[in-house]
Design a protein around this ligand. Structure first.
Ligand code: HXC
Length: 519
């Protein structure tokens, strides 16, 4: 073979590799409404930036007639490229080859890019579409999974890890995405479960469809496994690009600061009257978020799960921030198990990647009831407390309205090392709401009043007394628990000025191996 023939051979081999399992398999993939691994990578990365590794890798299995069934890449496309000019590492499982199932060689390819991403300090994006462990490889594919899991764990908190699930993801395979920071599922074509419908039926007798067991609807609303659910794969891939625009490359970098042409001192007069006069009337806290962040742009995470708390990324004065806000529009913004878990995970992510946390408080307390107590609200509420108390990034809190009881302490209070704690004049900071407090404090007296009219009058008087004393921000401000009571329309400016002041904050905790967060 002369040198020209050798180059021709290389080009042919590359073309063959790019065809994956063959044109008919690509057509099948398209007919199911799914893109191929390479099409996904092309949408995800900056045009022309992808450099593929290990294109010539094949499996090493001889059993089950596999020695004459070999495909270049072995079912996973791996390499690196850029998103908005910043380096990322990527792997995309290729369903057209052995259903994207994972062999030993396949796992080694993923491990290679993960190891390199750790050395370089760049995010890893994994696109999942796979039948799981390659059955013909037996225990070697299980070992391959475990190699990936260990790398996911070591990379956690060092580089951002993002998983897209655009097809099947079943059995132990679910644990790699689960160990990463964010999971995106496509609405119609993806599912995730540890045990599929057939085995579920055999073991428990429960008859359930794939969709109802592990579809995106389940994970986007009930389990919280999926952080984002998208209609189309393309939307999911563009979402990853957007998500990365808020994140640093690794835990030693600051998040990317961008030019901001939204005036930092933009006042919004509507904020002065956005809180309803009636304290029991709900409102949408996202309206407040949109008014204070740059260009009203807010990337909400877990939008369909635990809607009583809102979390997501935005920029303020060009600085990426994580926002946590109680949502009075849903369950009155109460903290329950799911909301605590959701917010805790988000707070810890922000802290790991140097992203300041803005907390908007309007919380009536923790949700009461046996369902919550049996489910361990004590532990889950403690999780959120722990996450806030442990976080050393700048923490700015604005109490909008209610801040009652244990939930007050949890929501980035001063005593959990809140750096700047502001309150609006509408804030009510107390042990509990007026009606609950009067029922407890005046229980005996009320029992002795038979006349309903007199009773109602007495309650109203006592509630007014209680409200005058506690249902305002000044009692807390008197003790320095609130740093300042601010005019709502100035909130954007006060937060941005605070963020700038706190940019050089250092607050290391005591040395330890690791904390023991209540899990
Ligand atoms: C080898 C596999 C495979 C697997 C699919 N294929 N899964 N090959 N190992 N795990 C192959 C099929 O034989 C077929 O090959 C091609 O991929 C496409 O699969 P189809 O079944 O034709 O596709 P579809 O009808 O879309 O069904 C997709 C599927 C189904 C639902 C994923 O293939 C399936 O149920 N596969 C098995 C899933 C599973 O039980 N995996 C093990 C889970 S346990 P041909 O040559 O015909 O094109 C696990 C443990 C991980 O993963 C542990 C980690 C610790």
């Amino acid at each position: 073979m002369d040198s020209q023939e050798k180059v021709k051979q290389l080009i042919e081999l590359r073309e063959k590799a790019r065809l994956g399992g063959g044109q008919h398999k690509i057509d099948e993939q398209h007919s199911k409404g799914r893109l191929t691994a390479r099409e996904r990578i092309n949408i995800l990365l900056d045009e022309g930036s992808f450099e593929e590794y290990d294109m010539f890798v094949t499996h090493r299995t001889e059993d089950f007639g596999m020695s004459n069934k070999k495909f270049l890449t072995d079912g996973v496309v791996t390499g690196q490229g850029t998103i908005d000019g910043r380096v990322v590492y990527v792997f995309a499982q290729d369903f057209t080859i052995f259903g994207g199932s994972l062999s030993e060689a396949f796992a080694q390819k993923i491990c290679k890019i993960m190891d390199q991403a750790m050395k370089v300090g760049a995010p890893v994006i994994g696109i999942n579409d796979s039948g799981g462990a390659r059955i013909q490889e037996g225990v070697r594919s299980l070992a391959g999974y475990a190699e990936i899991f260990e790398r996911n764990i070591l990379a956690s908190g060092v580089i951002p890890q993002i998983s897209a699930v655009f097809g099947p993801c079943a059995g132990g395979a679910v644990y790699s995405p689960a160990l990463t920071d964010f999971i995106i599922m496509s609405e119609k074509s993806s599912y995730m479960f540890v045990t599929g419908p057939k085995v579920t039926k055999t073991v428990t007798g429960e008859d359930i469809s794939t969709e109802n067991l592990g579809g995106s609807g389940v994970h986007g609303t009930k389990s919280g496994v999926a952080h984002f659910v998208v209609d189309e794969e393309e939307q999911g891939l563009l979402l990853i690009r957007k998500l990365l625009s808020y994140l640093p490359q690794n835990n030693l970098e600051e998040p990317p600061l961008t030019e901001c042409d939204d005036p930092i001192d933009r006042k919004d007069d509507e904020l002065n009257s956005i809180i309803p006069e009636n304290p029991n009337q709900p409102y949408n806290v996202k309206d407040i978020i949109f008014k204070i962040v740059d260009h009203s742009e807010f990337l909400e995470i877990h939008a369909g799960y635990a809607r009583n708390v809102v979390v997501g990324f935005a920029k303020m004065g060009g600085m990426p921030v994580g926002i946590v806000a109680n949502q009075p529009n849903f369950l009155a913004g109460v903290l329950d198990i799911d909301a605590s878990r959701k917010a805790a995970r988000f707070v810890r992510f922000c802290d790991a990647f140097n992203i300041p946390i803005i907390t908007l408080v309007d919380v009536p307390g923790f949700l009461p009831g046996s369902g919550q107590e049996y489910g361990g609200i004590i532990i889950h509420g403690a999780k959120l407390m722990f996450a806030y108390g442990e976080a050393t990034v700048p923490k700015l809190t604005v109490t909008l309205r209610k801040s009652y009881g244990g939930a007050h302490c949890v929501m980035s209070s001063k005593q959990l090392r809140g750096d700047l704690n502001y309150a609006w004049p509408s804030a009510e900071i107390a042990v509990m709401g007026p009606s609950g407090a009067i029922e407890i404090l005046e229980g005996k007296t009320l029992a002795e009043i038979d006349d309903p009219e007199r009773k109602a009058k007495y309650i109203a008087e006592k509630e007014t007394e209680y409200k005058t004393k506690f249902a305002n921000p000044y009692e807390a401000a008197k003790y320095g628990f609130i740093d300042d009571v601010i005019e709502p329309r100035n909130t954007r400016f006060r937060i941005i000025r605070g963020l700038r002041t706190l940019a050089t904050k250092k607050d290391p905790g005591p040395m330890k191996k690791h904390a023991n967060i209540p899990l």
